[in-house]
Design a protein around this ligand. Structure first.
Ligand code: HEM
Length: 294
């Protein structure tokens, strides 16, 4: 029986940091894996920090081939959608996602992680995030309504027992900048048609348009995923960190293709008001796999 990294399911935290690292010397991946797996949270009972550690899928296959799924790849090529829409590929070698109850502990831990990895890896991308009005993203809509409950989420997010990489998960991390002025210039009913749900109470529209976001990412079509999206940014420059876990990469990649208009020639209307700035896939191994690296 394998155990998933607990941070995947640690809901309700108010401060987050996503640290994406690049190896300085590609040959030294074993030393790097050993250092990153030795990172541990503060050991007091009250001041906890959750960690989720992920690796570029191809790198993970080198580190521990017997615990690696074969059919998972990095975000190695940009997605060229219709009408000139592009999702960039900004793959890094590893991710450490920290979450906790206050930003001071996250800040201190993030500094300590970067310090521990210095000499082996450089920090390629750092984003911090925080919840907005309880459960809304910065479009003002409730985000996560169609997420599975915590009882069902492991089935959707984790590779099953008996396969290489069991209790691991495929994570898509994508930073989306919002075009807030253009979005907020729309009347609410237009925003609702773009999202496919009502704004106030997140009820799915009966006749949602084919280009609405929830029609383009319909889980009945692509399979269920577990999302941990969070707002990021400042007054001038902000958006959504999309954090999606899945037992199968094709659910996530299918949704991205669909949003980009590559499935049926219809592009997700939300992509006209948001712009993807980054895109990486990480394999998030089980706790047992991580322990083997130490
Ligand atoms: C700017 C970026 C994004 C924003 C602001 C956003 C926001 C939302 C909102 C408000 C909903 C409706 C409520 C809910 O069920 O959560 C939703 C649904 C959903 N989104 Fe996104 N999303 C973004 C990007 C993405 C991406 C990149 C994916 C997939 C790779 C995705 C997958 C989904 C899925 C699977 C659903 C539920 C669909 C269903 O009803 O089955 N979203 N999103």
């Amino acid at each position: 029986m394998y155990t998933p990294q607990a941070g995947i399911f640690a809901l309700g935290t108010s401060s987050h940091a996503y640290l994406e690292f690049d190896l300085l010397d590609a040959k030294k991946y074993k030393e790097f894996a050993s250092t990153i797996s030795a990172i541990h949270e503060p050991r007091t009972t009250t001041g906890g920090v959750n960690f989720v550690i992920g690796f570029r899928p191809e790198l993970w296959r080198n580190i521990l081939p017997e615990d690696a799924p074969q059919d998972v790849d990095g975000f190695n090529k940009q997605i060229q959608g219709i009408e000139g829409f592009v999702m960039p590929a900004t793959q890094h070698d590893a991710l450490v996602w920290l979450s906790g109850s206050a930003y001071d502990v996250i800040f201190d831990m993030a500094r300590s992680v970067v310090h521990d990895l210095a000499g082996q890896a450089s920090l390629g991308e750092e984003t911090s995030s925080w919840p907005y009005r309880h459960d809304r993203d910065l479009t003002g809509f409730v985000d996560g309504s169609e997420n599975p409950t915590l009882l069902d989420a492991p089935i959707d997010a984790l590779l099953p027992e008996g396969v290489p990489g069991a209790a691991g998960s495929v994570l898509l991390l994508q930073k989306w900048k919002h075009k807030t002025a253009e979005w907020e210039a729309l009347p609410v009913d237009r925003q609702e048609h773009i999202m496919g749900r009502t704004k106030l109470d997140s009820i799915e529209l009966e006749n949602k348009p084919d280009d609405s976001h929830v029609a383009r990412t319909d889980q009945d079509e692509y399979g269920n995923i577990f999302r941990r999206n969070m707002p990021y940014g400042n007054v001038d420059n902000h958006g959504t960190v999309f954090v999606g876990f899945s037992a199968e990469q094709k659910r996530l990649s299918g949704m991205l293709d669909s949003m980009a208009g590559l499935v049926n020639g219809t592009r997700d209307a939300l992509t006209r008001f948001t712009e993807p700035l980054t895109g990486s896939y990480y394999f998030v191994p089980s706790v047992e796999s991580l322990r083997r690296l130490r």
